[in-house]
Design a protein around this ligand. Sequence first.
Ligand code: SF4
Ligand code: SF4
Length: 434
Amino acid sequence: MKFHKHLSAIHVEHHKNTAELPTEKMPVPDKLYISMVQHIGAPCQPIVSVGDYVKVGQMIGNSDAFVSAPIHTGASGTVTAIENIMTSMGVYPVVTIETDKKQELFEGVVAPTITDKDSFLKAVRNSGLVGLGGAAFPTHVKYNPKNLDEVDTLVLNGAECEPYITSDYRTMLEDSDLLINGVKAIMQNLGIKRAVIGIENNKPEAIRKLKELTKDASQIEILELRSLYPQGAEKVLIYEATGRMVPPGKLPADVGTIVSNVASVVALEKYLETGMPLVSKKLTVDGNVVKTPKNLEVLIGTKIFEVMEYCGGYTATPAKILMGGPMMGRAIYDDEFSIIKNNNAILAFDREWSTQAKETACINCGRCMQACPLNLVPTALAKAYKKKNLEELKKLQVMICMECGSCTYVCPAKKPLSFTNKLAKLFVQEGGKK
Ligand code: SF4
Ligand code: SF4
């Protein structure tokens, strides 16, 4: 039952062109290039050497740090190089594996024994899971807040509000049993009483299927969200699911919630049932220069250009390639980068689509302010950043901006408001260094 007002949200074109395309498994490529940095936190160090033979599911990178997640290979073959190269996250060690296509299974791939919360959290870490909805924060850390005993609601993000992306939708349809079993496992092992799976109402088939699967599980609610942007942003989703607002500088656990993406829960349940860690990723390949858009399951470490070739290649030279959606995804300049854990889409567009309209003077229409789900004042933030006014930026709470891009999207003057906030946040983080 809805008992609170909605936060501001905007209509964006959905472009869910691939929604009805079942996920295809892309064949094992000749080589995998697996980066040792695929998450927020400490980088992994390679634990294999050049010349080693590795098997499917074998750990190849790890770290002693708490905020980190191990990295595994999804193909068997020989390690041929370990070198620092440019990845989509920066210059980091990358393990190259020449695959032998035999897909020999690593002997250590066995379902973990879970007896209590600690063994569950250990399993979550060993699965290599990080938030697959975007931020790539190690999941075992997220599932173990200091006040876990005060967490009463698990919020599952099935909103998928970014245009073009349908990989979570396919996951909810194709792996619905894994999803519900995973939700139950998390609730049981972390002692959480209630779960809410939030899904935009433009995905009626996923809503129907999950409602059917949970009809006897009163502790799991399927919440139909409005098909508006950004319903999947963490703070917005928590508010929609519980009526609670995460205060600035606080975490979801501070308002009694833990949030997980539906794809993360499916990956975790797979590990709990089989011992196979996170080695592949479902993602949407689309955009107006992709010959045959698809939903694919791709091994982590596959080069983006190979993914594109599998989709028939480009119909014209791409001017913009995005890892993620057009609202919050990261533009990359090179399809030589490889797929990492939190990639949920690769989109490629031509020059016409990518060319930004010319910026004009602000007409004080206030639309940017109305669009902001967090009640920020983007015009005031832009002014404060222009003046490099650190105190004013802090007062205007620039640090809570989630860079959702809603303000930019609605601005008739084409002001890059969200990008300005990104720069302003860096400025504040660096203590106002000019
Ligand atoms: S980018 Fe920031 S300021 Fe703009 S609408 Fe989103 S949260 Fe608000
Ligand atoms: S939406 Fe654009 S034009 Fe309107 S007030 Fe905001 S910055 Fe100015």
